[in-house]
Design a protein. Structure first.
Length: 233
């Protein structure tokens, strides 16, 4: 009796195993098919520090140090393909700090760090987050304006991010931009552009940063403007 029961059970177990095995294969095949393979990189093998001039409007390059940078965690090298930091000075303007970080490939695992992440990690408190439109020739750039304060430092920030062909204004939208591109099979590049000035006067600081951004776009060719802002002309 026992032998007969086992004989009847064996084919049932085999069919179940076959069905489960087939399901696992289909799932694995779907996952592989959805893995993004097409890299979109608007920078290519060019170097950011060669594309951004050392003179921008009234400002001239002064130094590479003094900026708040993304935390030196274990993901930093994998996260950024290039990271440029510069301080620009002008006779009748506030000094401006410029940071441009580029990642050659954005997935759902690694994404560019927005200032809302790296500044609090450096001990800053962020207040007054607003969207500040910056008029450019033939287009308008929507940048994020924030005031960062620490014990001995107040910094006015203006920044934006480009992910592939999107200009996300928030971390959630940035994640959605990456996910949408990945689902289409694309691995988009991304760039974070941040300008800042050391001043407690928010209005004066933002006015200075706006003029600097407008001068920067005027000083680079169309392909570099598109790398910085997909809508720029």
């Amino acid at each position: 009796m026992t032998t007969t029961d086992h004989a009847h059970d064996a084919p049932v177990l085999s069919r179940r195993q076959a069905i489960l095995g087939g399901a696992f294969l289909v799932t694995a095949g779907t996952a592989i098919a959805r893995v993004p393979h097409h890299n979109i990189d608007l920078l290519g093998d060019r170097k950011i520090d060669k594309l951004i001039p050392q003179r921008i409007g009234a400002w001239e390059f002064y130094s590479k140090s003094g900026l708040v940078v993304p935390p030196a965690d274990q993901l930093k090298d994998a996260l950024y393909s290039q990271l440029m930091t510069r301080v620009y000075v002008a006779a009748d303007e506030l000094p401006v700090m410029l940071l441009i970080a580029q990642s050659g490939g954005q997935t759902g695992v690694l994404q560019v760090h927005r200032p809302e992440y790296c500044y609090p990690a450096g001990g800053f408190t962020l207040v007054g987050r607003d969207v500040l439109p910056v008029a450019l020739p033939g287009s308008r750039l929507e940048a994020t304006a924030i005031t960062a304060t620490a014990d001995d430092r107040t910094e006015q920030l203006l920044y934006w991010t480009r992910v592939g062909e999107d200009m996300p204004l928030t971390w959630v939208r940035q994640r959605w931009s990456v996910a949408r591109a990945n689902l289409k099979g694309d691995v988009p590049d991304a760039v974070l552009v941040r300008v800042s000035a050391l001043t407690a006067d928010r209005e004066a600081g933002m006015a200075t940063l706006t003029r600097f951004v407008q001068a920067m776009f005027a000083s680079v060719p169309p392909d570099v403007r598109r790398f910085l802002d997909i809508d720029a002309r």
